[in-house]
Design a protein around this ligand. Structure first.
Ligand code: AMP
Ligand code: MG
Length: 329
């Protein structure tokens, strides 16, 4: 089968409405994102109903802009790829129904892809050869996952969080520190001004599961550290250092246990510069693949790229379901 030349990707799993056109599975011709983070700020987190309303308003303009920026017309599109989950159900349904509507109107095949898998794929999209098996690390607002990647599409679970996702912990700590939502980038900024050893914090250990994560205790420890203390930068730096070193430490243990030949990262938390430093320091012996530029945050280019890679010539049915919880393993 001839691989699709132009793929339209659609992303609406959470609070970003995205559309992108990707050529030959790797050249990003456009990658448009309309975020509703501004309206969630006063609630300190994503307000699902408001995110859905914004998706409804944004979806068609975002698709139009993606086509225009790419200089590609609807009749040139060979495939429509959409994030089918995991995510907020109302949000997913908007992207899914837009994709189905366009698939009918333009008579184009449709493929649903897993958003979490697409986060990892973002780091491999433009790479000639990834040494396998690889350790996959998804660090996002909804997920903290370690996987053994045998090949794209074949994964074995290694570890996950038993409570908060790492991005969620950053956001909640941001909230405790009085920083605007989303807290992750704000905590990183504040942490640059603080001493990472100011507060002796420790990351959660999961009984008999050294490769699982727990961040809720760390978040509570931050709450106690805040009591009577004004060194917010010290708290931010100590929290960030503890959380990121925990990830790197468990990733090292996992890579040794499962004989991984490279590290592939995905998800919003990979935008963190301190994480990059700690990972480089921890893995001088292995190649590390990061999502390029804006592909660490939710986007539709990674959805289009993975859709192009997975498409076998057969369209997904029009009763393809959006799912709040789907695993990639
Ligand atoms: P995602 O769930 O992949 O869309 O990523 C969003 C999550 O990534 C949110 O929890 C953000 O707070 C977090 N995030 C984004 N940038 C950073 C950063 N520089 N440091 C830590 N977390 C971040
Ligand atoms: Mg995401």
């Amino acid at each position: 089968m001839q691989k699709p030349k132009y793929v339209l990707g659609i992303e609406s799993t959470c609070d970003e409405t995205g559309a992108a056109v990707v050529q030959n599975g790797k050249i990003i011709l456009s990658n448009i994102i309309a975020s509703s983070a501004d309206i969630h700020r006063k609630y300190g987190g994503v307000f699902p109903e408001l995110a859905c309303r914004r998706h409804i308003e944004a979806i068609i303009p975002v698709v139009d802009e993606a086509l225009q920026t790419a200089g590609v017309s609807p009749d040139q599109i060979d495939l429509i790829a959409v994030a089918k989950g995991p995510g907020l159900i109302g949000a997913l349904l908007i992207g899914m129904n837009a994709a189905k509507g366009l698939s009918i109107a333009w008579k184009k095949p449709l493929i649903g892809v897993n958003h979490v898998e697409a986060h990892l794929y973002a780091s491999m999209m433009d790479v000639e050869r990834v040494p396998l098996p690889a350790l996959g690390l998804v660090l996002s607002g909804g997920h903290t996952l370690m996987l053994k990647i045998l090949e794209i599409g074949a994964y074995e679970p290694i570890g996950t969080t038993v409570d908060d996702a790492i991005g969620e912990a950053f956001d909640k700590v941001g909230n405790l520190l009085g920083l605007p939502y989303p807290g992750g980038p704000e905590v990183e900024k504040l942490a640059r001004l603080g001493n990472p050893k100011a507060f002796p914090l420790s990351a959660g250990k999961v009984k008999r599961s050294p490769l699982n994560f727990s961040f809720s205790g760390l978040k509570t420890a931050v709450l106690y550290a805040m009591k009577g203390n004004v060194d917010k930068a010290g708290i931010a730096a100590s929290f960030q250092e503890t959380a990121l070193r925990d990830v790197a430490h468990k990733a090292l243990l996992a890579s040794q246990t499962f004989d991984c030949q490279s590290i592939i990262l995905g998800g919003g938390v990979t935008a963190n510069q301190r994480l990059k430093e700690i990972m480089k320091e921890t893995f001088p012996h292995l190649p590390i693949f990061w999502p390029p530029g804006t592909l660490s945050l939710d986007n539709a280019a990674m959805i289009a790229g993975l859709g192009a890679h997975k498409f076998t010539g057969l369209s997904d049915p029009l009763d393809l379901e959006a799912k709040t919880r789907i695993l990639i393993v």
